[in-house]
Design a protein around this ligand. Structure first.
Ligand SMILES: [Zn+2]
Length: 230
């Protein structure tokens, strides 16, 4: 058995074990141990104009800024964290990483102009299955650290779409077009929104949200995610 499978089993049977390294957690640790948290491969790219994430989305939607907290790879440290956050009911990992990300960016030019934090919504059916929206957990963590308000229920996912893993880039784009809508455009009029998701993969989900949000008058949109798949 490889190491990640062993860790997976350990965390299934011992919820008080670190989801990254399997070490037993101390009372003040949630989901992941402090030693692993210190080793997270943070990008600090909220300080960097035209960073990799901004380049990926350039010429698609005019996002103001994009920040990705950590480098993401399945074998890396963020992989197991995202996996547990999304598929093993470990919503507290979203809160924790959101809080840490928020603390890092506190007082920065990236965060200062933001009016609302807007998590990428799940379709209500998916959210019911999972019990929570992982992007909202990250958004709530960011909000705890920054005191910026979270807006949910105004950007909504109107079309349920199945998993995208086996589609080509063009198919993915066709697949996400028009799946999000804004309920009350006036709420976001003239506001700077921080769109929050777990990971940027092709960017098509973020792009589809951006398209829906752009319908609001004089809106500015920035993006923050925990990771970017390179
Ligand atoms: Zn650990």
């Amino acid at each position: 058995m490889n190491r990640s499978l062993v860790n997976e089993l350990v965390t299934l049977f011992y919820p008080h074990a670190c989801v990254v390294c399997g070490a037993e957690l101390l009372n003040n640790e949630e989901g992941v141990c402090l030693k692993c948290l210190y080793q997270l491969p943070r990008t600090h790219n909220y300080l960097e104009r035209e960073n990799g994430a901004e380049q990926l989305m350039a010429a698609r939607i005019p996002f103001e800024r994009i920040a990705t907290y950590c480098i993401y790879s399945k074998e890396g440290m963020l992989g197991p964290l995202i996996h547990h956050l999304k598929y093993h009911g470990r919503w507290e990992i979203g809160l924790l990483l959101g809080r840490l990300f928020g603390r890092d960016m506190l007082g920065s030019d990236f965060l200062n102009p933001i009016d609302w934090i807007v998590p990428v919504p799940l379709h209500p059916r998916r959210e019911k299955e999972r019990g929570y929206n992982q992007a909202e957990m990250i958004a709530r963590g960011l909000s705890e650290a920054t005191s910026l308000p979270v807006s949910t229920g105004n950007l909504v996912r109107v079309i349920f779409n199945p998993t995208q893993t086996k589609r080509t880039k063009t198919q993915r784009w066709e697949n996400v077009k028009g799946i999000f809508e804004v309920v009350d455009g006036a709420l976001y009029e003239g506001k700077h929104l921080l769109l929050v998701d777990d990971v940027i993969t092709t960017g098509s989900t973020i792009e589809a949200c951006g398209l829906a949000l752009q319908a609001c008058k004089e809106v500015t949109i920035s993006v923050a995610t925990l990771g970017q798949v390179l």
